[in-house]
Ligand binder design. Structure first.
Ligand code: FMN
Length: 215
């Protein structure tokens, strides 16, 4: 009897492990606005490592981040508001050489100098219509937003929505970076943008979000 019991317990454990494995990599998560650190799996993943939540919020935080600084700010902002999160992932990832701003011939230098550059994005926001407010986060590249943000803004109809720009940078202010994107999303109500340093604290980010009064 004791062995039968042990055998049945082992079988149950094997079945549970198989069920988990068949669900694939955990990636789409739902954040709880009451408990911003709680994240619960609500779906399956595709093969990319996109940072994305879809908890049915009317606020979306969409961001591009090449080295993780903007990602950290975006995640803090989304957690504060219980907002959904969408990472703007380049179809062709940026290599270290691409990001070398000391190289006049690097990919980023070429893109930032080309008015028509629109780097392709991998994946789309499925339900953009359901969002009233879209935060857009990006790093400052040569004083401006990376051109992939232009691709993002041209990919959807933002009329009637509120857009809230924010950025991270080494030292530059947000400057004209948001202003220069406004024409790409006509009909949207653009709020003033906010610049953060790479290591912005949770308090800094949530203080800014609170000040907007759109939580
Ligand atoms: C190509 C390139 C250009 C940059 N240009 C500027 C700049 O003009 N001013 C500045 O303060 N920082 C500049 N930086 C630094 C980034 O803005 C900063 O490290 C930012 O936090 C990176 O964000 P991320 O980690 O989300 O990519 C540049 C970085 C790169 C890769």
């Amino acid at each position: 009897m004791k062995y039968l019991y042990a055998f049945l317990t082992a079988m149950l454990l094997v079945c549970a492990l198989c069920a988990c494995a068949s669900e694939g990599k955990v990636e789409i998560v739902q954040s709880d606005p009451e408990e911003s650190t709680a994240q619960e799996t609500i779906g399956e993943t595709d093969e990319s490592d996109r940072d994305m939540t879809d908890g049915g919020s009317e606020i979306l935080v969409a961001y591009f981040s090449a080295t993780g600084n903007t990602k950290a700010v975006a995640e803090k902002a989304a957690a504060t508001m219980g907002a959904d999160l969408f990472e703007i992932v380049p179809a062709v990832p940026y290599t270290d050489a691409d990001l070398n701003y000391g190289d006049d011939n690097s990919r980023t230098t070429a893109e930032q100098n080309d008015d028509n550059a629109r780097p392709e994005i991998s994946g789309t926001v499925e339900n953009m219509d359901s969002y009233d407010t879209v935060f857009i986060g990006y790093p400052i590249w040569w004083g401006q937003a990376p051109k992939i943000m232009y691709t993002f803004l041209e990919s959807y109809d933002f009329s009637g929505k509120t857009i809230v720009p924010f950025c991270t940078s080494g030292s530059s202010p947000i400057g004209s970076s948001a202003e220069n994107m406004k024409e790409l999303a006509e009909g949207a109500d653009w709020l003033d943008g906010q610049r953060f340093s790479g290591g912005a604290s949770e308090d800094e980010v949530s203080g800014w979000v609170d000040s907007l009064g759109i939580k």
